[in-house]
Structures are given as structure tokens and as C-alpha cells.
Design a protein around this ligand. Sequence first.
Ligand code: 2M8
Length: 426
Amino acid sequence: MTEQDLLSRAEGVLRANDVGEYTKPSGRLYPHQWNWDSAFNALGWAHVDWERATREVEALLAAQWTNGMLPHIRYNPSVTDYAPGPEWWTDVPVTRAGEVTSGISQPPVLSTMVHLVGLIQPDGQRRRHWWDRVYDALAESLLYFERDRTTGNSPLIVLVHPWESGLDNSPRWDAAAAKGFRPTRPYRRVDTTKVAAAERPTSRDYDLYMFLVELIASHRYDMRSYLPVTPFAFYDAMFNAAWYRAVKDLNRIADMINRPVIVSDASLDAFRRAYQATLWDDEAAMFLDFDLTARAKVPVHSWTGIAAVYAGLVDGRQAELIYDGYTKRSRNCRRFPSVLPDQTGFESDRYHRGPVWVNANWMITRGLAELGLQSRARQLGEATIELVRRSGFYEYFDAYTGRGAGADQFSWTAALTIDLIKRPIV
Ligand code: 2M8
């Protein structure tokens, strides 16, 4: 298949999942609008239809809450074949009447994508005008985490639900799931009627998800009252890296449209020091998440441990050390598995427990290039395009065989493949 064919197929996936103002992550499995999916999808759209990219972002921003939070799902009220539906997230404090959303957020990559989408627009005036229009909402969405999701003296952000991590059934959450929390009400699952149950989270995982949904809703989304009582509170290394990078990118936008920066350089330095001091692990030679209830690092080595590369939270030397260590320990795998194969809980074909994901590869590819590690970035970018060319636009890929799994015709796989082809590493 030529590069041109691959590009037009990728565009076809976005168009097939396009429902006007937002792009479904996949036709059957994920019918609503998801936060970080839409951010990645906007970047793909920017290369083929720039106006469409801006609409994707603005539709997502329409779901913003009065406290600034950008929810992880913006429900389409006419769709009912997804669970849990909005009935589990009652009385959410949306800014716009009529919006229906979930009650948690997702990795905050949106400002970074908005920065890139803007740069793709050749007309400087149009670009700045759009940035200006979305700037305040983006700033609020990032400052929300500083205001409502930090505790004690640490500037690091607390994650309150596995769904917020975007990596729902990562073995990093196994210890929490093993405690046997269950919701008080029965719930239904729709996902396992659409793709093989063996590729999805287990019912024990879902028990924890639904227990936490009930707990968060019962605290009326007030994190100050929820945090002291929840059994699930983590400094997630990828989530925090995404926030740091988003703030830096929004600061760059601010500079270009003559707005004040949202977080000062001094605060960013303090964040970087806290990230290094709290999450770095010498023995693992990577970053680890921190469990606030156990007051200990989470001993699971996964790709979140190298997400600092994406954010520029490390210099080139530390990036090389982490990335090369990860590559060496996964040499029998496709590049690169979401969990290292020597870890308890690794499964090569189950969702966030080992398979290769295009968004993770994209984030690390871009991060490596920005830190000056061009040849590694080029190799990873090319391996990713090749995997998609051979296996198709799947949600994820078996870490050993590269077989596509989960949902087919998956939007961010298509969107980020377009970006990897259109903006090659030089
Ligand atoms: C997956 O998560 C949703 C819940 O949010 C699900 O399993 O139903 C995750 O892979 C998440 O990262 C992603 O944003 C979402 C839609 O693609 O699906």
C-alpha cells in the first residue's frame, strides 16, 4: 500500500466516524465524544480539513464544567448503547444548559493538540484568532487541576479513577481492584457484547470502576471532600506529564496572542522537581506512579514511566536512559508494549495490559524528537506507521504478533498516523 493509500484510508476512518461536531472513537464500541480522543482526532483532522479540527475542539469545550474541569465523556443524548450512561453521573455542574457529561476527566492533552492544530494553519491571523477564541476555556481546564486536584504541599495532580488515566485496566490498578470494592447498584456492560471479553477489562475491574463512580457522584464531584476518603488516589506519571506539557504549550500560545502565561516558569520548575523527586525510581530506571493511600510507589513498569519524555520533564540524557532501558526489556515485542513483558499482569493482547497503542507511540516519538533524539524518534514513528499499514486501523495491537485487537476503524489510530506521515521527523 502506498503512503497516499494509507493516508486516504486514514481519512476515510475519520470521515466514517464523523457525526458532525465530534468524531466517535470507533463506530460501535465508543459512540460518544471522549476527551483525549477528540484532542488527538483534531490533530488528524487539521491535516485534511482544518475547520473541522476546530469544530472538534469547540464541541469538546462545550462540555466544560463551572469549575473548569473538562469531562472525560460528553454524552450524545440520542445514543443509548453505551454503559455507563449519564444516569450514573447525576447533577453534573455543566456550564451550558443541556450538556450531559461524565464526572471525571482524562489526560489533559488538548492544549498541546490545539497548539499543533494552530501551527498547521498557514494563515497566521486565522490561527491566532482561533487560539484567542479557545484560550480562556483551555486555561481554566488546566488550572482546575491545580486548584482541585492537589493535596498538601505537592504540586502534583491526583488521579481519582482508572478511567481518568485513559489506561483503564492497567496492571497499575490491580492492587486497588483486588480489594473487592463493588457498587451498591447493579450495572450492565455493553462493551463485551461488541468485542471479545478476553480483550476487555474483567468484571472485577468494572466493579471498582462503578464503585468509584458512585463514590464520586455521592460527594457531588467535590474533590476536597472526596480525596480524604477515597481508596483510589494516585499521582499518575503519564497524566502529570500530559498536564505539564499542556501548560507549557498553552504558555506558548499565550505568548503568540499576547495573553498572560497561565503558570509561571518558577511554578513549572517546582513541578518538575516534585515529579523527579516523587516519581523517579532508580532501580526501575523509569518513573513510577505514586499511591497516595498506601504512601508508596506503584511497582509496575509500564509506558507511563517513560511519558516524561513526551513532556520534556527530562533532558536528552535521562530520556535516552529510560527509553533505551524500556526498549531493551521489550526486545521480543513490537515497538512498544504498553506494559513491559517481564511484569506481573502483562497480557500481550488485552487492552491496556501490554498491547501497542498508537497514541502512546505518537507521544513518545514526538517527545524524543523534541529532545534531540531524532534517530530513535524516526525509528519509532516508522515502526508505528508500518504496524498500522500491515494490521489496519485497530484500537491496539498484540505486543508480540502485531495483530490488531479491540475496535476496528479506530479514530485516533487514523488521526495520529496521518500526523506521523504529514509531519515526518527531520
Ligand atoms: C477506553 O475507555 C472507555 C471508558 O472511558 C471504555 O472502556 O469504555 C480507554 O481506552 C480510553 O483511554 C479511551 O479514551 C476510550 C475511548 O477510546 O476508551
